[in-house]
Design a protein around this ligand. Structure first.
Ligand SMILES: Nc1nc2c(ncn2[C@@H]2O[C@H](COP(=O)(O)OP(=O)(O)OP(=O)(O)O)[C@@H](O)[C@H]2O)c(=O)[nH]1
Ligand SMILES: [Mg+2]
Length: 475
């Protein structure tokens, strides 16, 4: 990239752009110059036919040490057969800082272009700078710079004449940097022209304008003379006027003296009023002082009231907190009460049930006790009967020595004493013991039943003991 088209290094103000118009004959190389200077790639013509120009065809470049950016605006080539056409290009342009003419001074078409002197005259009348860049040859128009192009000779087929022709083809510019710097120097401090004037009108009217200018100067002289005469006249009338003013001033002084004496009287009255005012002011200030005192007192009592209010508010807040807590407690108590009520109802129901069970059990107990008593009585009876029979048997068979039967005594424990019994009696006793054992079993079973009933009754009423514990107890 050309360093002059790399704007990353540009240190000038972005808004400070110098707009330049590039004009010249068709095919003179305007677009080529713009492309090379600004690093653009707009279409160029082949030098014979006018190239169609894009709208707003322009490029920007800058030069080191120059703070501005330079904008080159390409223009449609001027057709030498069409004199005055170039003015269309310039007419109506605004925001332009300067004009660059690219000229091929050795081209015979330039001499045919009668416009060039007129353009030059037009430019001399412009307030913006103009620069002529000569592609080749030099004419008398200044300021100018020569630009040198490197070319090579090529042959091309010319379709019109149907044969090959040789042509100098453009390769590059040799002194492009020098040209750029020259452009930058020329337009360094150029100011904007807001509206380019119509060059034809300007050129044709220069003479007329000069004549008009002379006429105007003569008129100005006449007006000056007239003005001087009027000035003298005015001075005299001013003198008379000043005399009149003096008289009026004297009159005013007299009325001023009168006003001064009036003022004195007024001053006395004013003093009187001031004195009165001071008295009432003193009174008012006393009132104000007492009001201030009263106010002070009220403020103190207000502060006390505020403190009381604050205390009350604190208490109120505390009471509200307590109330809230009590509300919570009340809610809990109500809930507990309901639960207790429910439990109580359940317990009452259980008690009623237990009472019913108790009655049933008491009934069962009564009948079992009756049965037990009956059985005990029966046992006692049976035992007595058996003991009687035993005594009988013992008294019959326990005979003295020398009896007919031999009795084999056996030991038998009666009431803690060991006694000798005959064998038969022993068999009876064995039978008796067996009976006693079976009766004992029956009584034990009855006792167990009774005990169970007692336990069930106690458990149902007092809910203290478990049924299994009683079963484990020995009888
Ligand atoms: N020999 C030579 N040829 C040049 C030079 N500058 C441009 N050319 C050639 O002239 C031809 C026309 O160039 P352009 O840049 O299109 O000219 P232009 O003034 O823009 O033309 P229009 O837009 O038609 O008015 C091109 O073929 C360029 O290569 C130069 O300095 N010397
Ligand atoms: Mg062009």
């Amino acid at each position: 990239m050309d360093p002059n088209t790399d704007f990353t290094n540009f240190n000038g103000s972005a808004t400070d752009v110098c707009k330049l118009i590039l004009i010249g004959l068709e095919g003179v190389g305007k677009t080529t110059l713009l492309n090379k200077i600004c690093g653009e790639h707009f279409d160029t013509s082949d030098g014979r036919a006018g190239c169609l120009i894009k709208e707003d065809q322009k490029g920007v470049f800058f030069v080191d040490e120059f703070s501005r950016r330079y904008e080159l605006n390409d223009m449609l080539g001027i057709n030498y057969k069409n004199p005055g056409e170039w003015q269309k290009a310039l007419h109506g342009r605004s925001d332009v800082h300067g004009v660059i003419f690219l000229i091929s001074a050795s081209n015979p078409r330039d001499s045919a272009l009668g416009e060039l002197p007129r353009i030059y005259e037009y430019c001399s009348n412009l307030t913006i700078p103009v620069l002529f860049i000569y592609r080749d040859g030099v004419l008398r128009f200044t300021p100018f710079i020569r630009i040198y192009a490197e070319t090579r000779e090529t042959t091309i087929d010319d379709e019109k004449i149907g044969c090959k022709i040789s042509k100098n083809e453009f390769v590059r510019y040799q002194n492009l940097d020098e040209v750029k710097k020259f452009i930058a120097t020329t337009f360094e401090s150029a100011c904007k022209l807001h509206q380019l004037l119509d060059p034809i009108i300007i050129c044709g009217q220069v003479k007329v304008l000069r004549e008009k200018n002379e006429e105007l100067e003569m008129k100005i002289n006449e007006l000056n003379q007239k003005h001087e005469a009027e000035l003298i006249k005015n001075q005299e009338s001013t003198k008379q006027q000043s005399k009149l003013y003096d008289e009026q001033i004297e009159k005013l002084n007299r009325s001023l003296e009168k006003a001064a004496s009036n003022n004195k009287t007024m001053q006395e009255r004013l003093d009187h009023i001031v004195q009165k005012n001071q008295e009432s002011l003193f009174k008012i200030s006393n009132d104000i002082q007492s009001s201030i005192n009263e106010n002070q007192r009220l403020r103190i009592s207000l502060e006390e009231l505020m403190r009381d209010k604050q205390n009350l508010e604190d208490k109120h807040l505390k009471l509200m907190t307590d109330k809230k807590q009590l509300d919570f407690d009340f809610h809990d108590v109500t809930r507990d009460r309901e639960q207790i009520q429910e439990a109580k109802t359940k317990l009452e129901k259980d008690i009623a049930e237990l009472e019913q069970n108790k009655q049933t059990l008491l009934k069962e107990k009564g009948s079992l006790e009756a049965r037990k008593e009956h059985l005990e009585r029966h046992i006692d009876k049976t035992r007595l009967r058996l003991e009687e029979q035993l005594n009988l048997i013992v008294s019959v068979n326990h005979t003295a020595p020398g009896g007919s039967k031999r009795i084999y005594p056996k030991k038998y424990n009666i009431n803690g004493r060991w006694m000798w019994l005959p064998g038969r009696a022993y068999n009876v006793i064995e039978e008796f013991d067996k009976l006693g054992e079976s009766i004992k079993d029956v009584i034990c079973a009855l006792r167990k039943d009774l005990h169970k009933m007692n336990v069930r009754y106690d458990h149902a009423s007092a809910n203290v003991m478990e049924e299994e514990d009683f079963e484990a107890e020995p009888y």
